[in-house]
Design a protein. Structure first.
Length: 399
């Protein structure tokens, strides 16, 4: 078989559904042509390769490139002062209602240029890339005008030289000050102006909303979803983080790719997600940073067969986290996920949460050649360690 590159003498965690567990292969090989995998499997089953380059992995483990499927990576400013206020006892909702929270980041982001946003987001992206991340979802949501939301989405696309970027329009993130007394009017703007503009310019891969007491009602969220569907965009939702507004069930009704956070998710929402195949994206960084005590119902999600993903939720106010490896450990220690569930959550299930199943997230022929090569003895080390990065090499799109 002619190919460009072969990674030989490797141990593989393929994450392929055709194999049990992590799809482990002790004597494995991966081959690529261009940006695609042409073979990933056992050495004894491999064809004879005529490769331009062969890389000896010296027994290292190869996993799919990691996927961070929920971030707010593009924004201006920080909210360190609010962190101090929370340490002194203020709640997230109190800070938000007093003009802090998302509103503070909106002001800073509106004042920033597109190039400013790219420059400030790049170090955050580089931190993820350094841990083997090859695909990152980036949401808007800190502009809250059509021009500023589009500016954020363009800035996110501008980071596509270092990783595969999936963009999500989160216009319905918070009420901007100019619509403080007219939530329905702002939703009109999101539906009639923001979504069509983002689609026309090809800047959004999906639409998200914040369905919460300090965000938008289920009825308003429904309108956003209907507009997204009318323009051919899939949806996802910040749901059941601080209360239960039945957002997850609403998301499932629209065939949402994912419902995210989910600490207050109930059995009705779980059943709806299971029927729809909607991924539960869990965000332990925000849970930890806000010192929450109500855990997402992991056991019930597991029992219902709802696929679970993990993500950093990197954002300036509630999860200033740029380590997907630490997220893995948090998923295990805080949410009691197994090693297999954690690693599946940042590969195969994270791909599903972005609508990229069959494209990334597993080591299989036909998928993009996104690899993470690790100096570890067993995959559990990726979940077990804290503050330690065993990445040996990252391969993105075959290079």
């Amino acid at each position: 078989m002619r190919c460009d590159r072969v990674w030989a003498n490797a141990r593989l965690a393929t994450l392929a559904t055709s194999r049990a567990g992590l799809g482990e292969i002790d004597r494995g090989v991966v081959a690529s042509t261009g940006d695609r995998i042409v073979y990933a499997g056992a050495l004894e089953d491999a064809p004879s390769f005529d490769a331009a380059e062969t890389i000896d992995c010296e027994g290292r483990w190869i996993t799919p490139g990691l996927i961070d499927c929920h971030t707010h990576l593009v924004h201006a400013g920080d909210r360190a002062h609010e962190f101090e206020l929370r340490l002194a006892g203020a709640s997230y909702e109190e800070i938000a209602r007093s003009g802090g929270g998302i509103a503070a980041t909106v002001a800073a982001t509106r004042a920033a240029t597109e190039s400013d946003l790219v420059a400030t987001a790049r170090p955050r992206l580089e931190a993820l890339v350094a841990e083997g991340v090859t695909t990152v979802e980036i949401k808007s949501g800190y502009g809250l005008t059509t021009d500023d939301e589009l500016k954020m989405l363009r800035a996110a696309r501008g980071l596509g030289d270092r990783a595969s970027i999936v963009t999500t329009l989160l216009g319905a993130h918070a009420l901007p000050p100019e619509f403080a007394d007219d939530a329905d009017g702002y939703v009109d703007l999101v539906c009639a102006e923001m979504i069509p503009a983002a689609v026309e310019l090809g800047l959004a891969d999906a639409v998200d909303a914040f369905c919460e007491g300090i965000g938008f009602t289920a009825a308003q969220t429904r309108r956003v979803f209907e507009a997204a569907r009318g323009h051919g965009l899939p949806v996802k939702l910040h749901a059941e983080q601080l209360s239960n507004l039945n957002g997850a069930a609403l998301a499932a009704e629209f065939g949402a790719l994912s419902a995210d956070h989910l600490e207050h998710l109930d059995s009705t929402g779980i059943e709806a997600m299971a029927r729809a195949g909607t991924v539960a994206t869990l965000l332990p960084g925000a849970f930890y940073f806000l010192r929450e005590t109500r855990l997402p119902p992991v056991e019930a999600l597991r029992a219902a067969g709802v696929p679970m993903a993990l993500a950093t939720d990197c954002n300036p106010g509630t999860s200033p986290l740029t380590s997907l490896l630490l997220t893995l450990n948090m998923g295990a220690t805080l949410f009691r996920l197994t090693v297999e569930e954690c690693l599946t959550a940042v590969t195969r299930n994270a791909a599903r949460a972005l609508g990229l199943s069959g494209e990334v997230g597993t080591l299989e022929a036909g998928n993009r050649c996104d690899l993470a090569i690790w100096d570890i003895e067993r995959p559990a080390e990726l979940v077990y360690r804290m503050g330690f990065n065993p990445l040996h090499a990252r391969v993105w799109r075959g290079i």
